[in-house]
Design a protein around this ligand. Sequence first.
Ligand code: AKB
Length: 316
Amino acid sequence: MTRILVTGALGQIGTELAAELSARYGKSSVVISDVRKPDEVDGKLKFVSLDVTDSENIAKVLVENEITDIFHMAAILSASGEKNPALAYRVNSDGTFNILEEARKAGINRVMIPSTIGVFGPETPRINTPDITVLRPTTMYGITKVNAELLALYYRDKFDLDVRGLRFPGIISYLTPPSAGTTDYAVDIFYHAVQEKDYKCYLKKDTPLPMMYMPDALNALIQLFEAKRENLRHCLEYNVSAYSFTPEEIYGKIREVYPDFRITYEPDFRQNIAETWPASLDTHFAKEDWNFTPQYDLKRTVDDMIMNLKRILIHQ
Ligand code: AKB
């Protein structure tokens, strides 16, 4: 029987991923973990407290819960990583090493590790960024994620561990707010519009970044998890995204629904990060190897975000 451990399960992607995995494979197939305790334990999924920097506890959790597969979602994102680089290194680099090493020892079947557009840097081609290209990031987040990509390759080639992953762009979602990344504005802006508040954006109006909607992000990850191993020519070097936009462009789309919505721009340190990241991605490795095809274009994303945030924030 498949029994999946999700680390970082209280984060933006982890929360929805755990729900989707339990919908697909059954509640008893998913064990969620995080360094934080959930506000309320709803009893739906088993929760275990897990700090990924503690390898002994990882080993214990894997054995005690008869874990067969891992989705390693725990990470410190780009903006918080710049505020606390030592913590980002411990969680992202030591934590990923611990997960891979304990997975190898425990004979885990598949280890899923999301990477990010944060692995790219100022020397990387910014338009239609290829899957294989220059990886010289300037953030601690990016450095630790390049490390994770290389560790994944090492464990795959040296120990035949089945490690899979993809490079996420900014993820737009309405259930759990993102935690201190550079792309968070693309979620915050919707919360402000729906609550009829003005929005102060920390990026310049003309800063393009690749993005995708949460249902496509989850599908991408789970399709990759389910793909036949022999079809996967790569390890974590799979760019995925659905579209790219600038703050001014997404503001324009939201104003079609909220014509009185106002935005101002006050760039901060996150602008420097965004300027080192791609404007758009070439996603053809993911398309070729596991048929990655996003379902949500920008209009469908905007409509769905607004509908759901109205339901959650206004009508509840
Ligand atoms: C961040 O902004 O740090 C993340 C990412 C693109 O990896 N959302």
